[in-house]
Design a protein around this ligand. Structure first.
Ligand code: 5GP
Ligand code: MN
Length: 325
């Protein structure tokens, strides 16, 4: 498959590079790295994101080139779909993008059913960024400091700062090579994790008093409502990372963030510790993700949704209720 991807990259000249809606560090870092790789080959490449790039990723080289308006898809011979387990994850223009003659999917979600013929899917990879690093090595593409910075940011963020269970020796090895190639760990971390607007901390101060601990202290949740966002003058992206807070409590095995969206739905982020597989819960609720980090969107009243989520945890994570846990 690496060979096929390499061939398509050599053969064609115009590429659309996309990742999922509400892009995270892996989505943004991988798309921008791919953009720099293609530009290095002298190819035409456009990076499209349906949603705005959160401010703390605007330092990544090339971020100013990302377009939020999908250009006419007839302009492209190849679409590179990154960090998406299904076509719909790219957003509302999924069908148009799918009509581009050659589709390549590079992804690490376990729920990826193989929606593209040409794909590089490895659920064991920490991040799409790590898969792109593999591609670079295979294709003997030399690292530039732009590519190194983008891929380092991708691996850093999807491993939760090299802390989660997906932090394999291959992830650390790739990160080391990226640092050799010009990625600056301190500068990248400062931009991503220590450049928050005050509104994010105001929002956190409104959300924390309502921390919920249930299922014998094994499940911890936070809720971000539209009202809280408005009062804190914060943006939805400012609740990124809040889901890690309940998880940091001793005894909590699963943590949940319920984030209300403007269309009265809830974007649910799920995280788990150790061997607890939260992806099954997300999939049951119509989403997907990875063993320790997954998500979905659900419409309805919060109290009903919370009951559904706890019901799904009881059904799909029986090990949570075993005595020794
Ligand atoms: P987050 O909670 O950070 O938004 O997402 C955690 C993981 O779950 C990511 O890998 C993301 O791709 C996946 N995920 C989040 N929301 C959805 C969703 O609505 N559908 C699917 N299929 N995956 C999701
Ligand atoms: Mn990812």
């Amino acid at each position: 498959m690496l060979r096929k991807i390499h061939e398509l990259m050599q053969k064609h000249s115009s590429f659309l590079v996309v990742a999922h809606e509400r892009p995270d560090g892996d989505a943004i870092g991988s798309t921008l790295a791919f953009y720099h790789i293609l530009r290095g080959f002298g190819k035409n490449a456009v990076v499209y994101s349906q949603d705005r790039i959160p401010e703390n990723y605007l330092f990544l080289p090339g971020s100013e080139r990302i377009v939020q308006e999908l250009p006419s898809v007839e302009n492209f011979e190849v679409a590179i779909i990154l960090d998406c387990g299904e076509m719909e994850r790219v957003g509302t223009h999924a069908a148009e993008i799918a009509s581009i003659p050659n589709l390549i999917n590079i992804d690490h979600h376990m729920s990826n059913g193989g929606f593209c013929e040409v794909c590089l899917i490895d659920p064991n990879a920490s991040s799409t960024g790590e898969l792109l690093f593999r591609l670079l090595r295979y294709s003997k593409i030399s690292l530039t400091s732009e590519i190194a910075t983008c891929l380092y940011a991708a691996i850093l963020t999807d491993t939760g700062g090299f802390r989660y269970g997906n932090t394999h020796s291959s992830s650390l090895m790739a990160a080391a090579k990226l640092v050799d190639g010009g990625a600056d760990p301190q500068w990248i971390s400062e931009n991503i994790y220590e450049s928050d607007p005050a509104g994010r901390i105001h929002l956190l101060s409104m959300v924390l008093p309502n921390l919920i601990l249930e299922e014998d202290g094994k499940v911890g949740s936070l809720i971000v409502t539209q009202k809280a966002l408005a009062e804190a003058r914060a943006l939805p992206e400012h609740s990124e990372g809040f889901v890690d807070l309940p998880r940091s409590i001793k005894g909590v095995q699963i943590s949940i963030l319920y984030a209300e969206t403007p269309d009265s739905r809830f974007k649910i982020s799920l995280r788990s510790k150790g061997r607890i597989n939260i992806e099954k819960v997300a999939r049951f609720l119509g989403g997907g993700g990875h063993t320790n980090a997954a998500g979905c969107r659900v419409a309805g009243e919060l109290e009903d949704i919370r009951r559904q989520v706890i019901g799904a945890i009881r059904a799909y994570v029986p090990e949570l209720y075993k005595k020794e846990q």
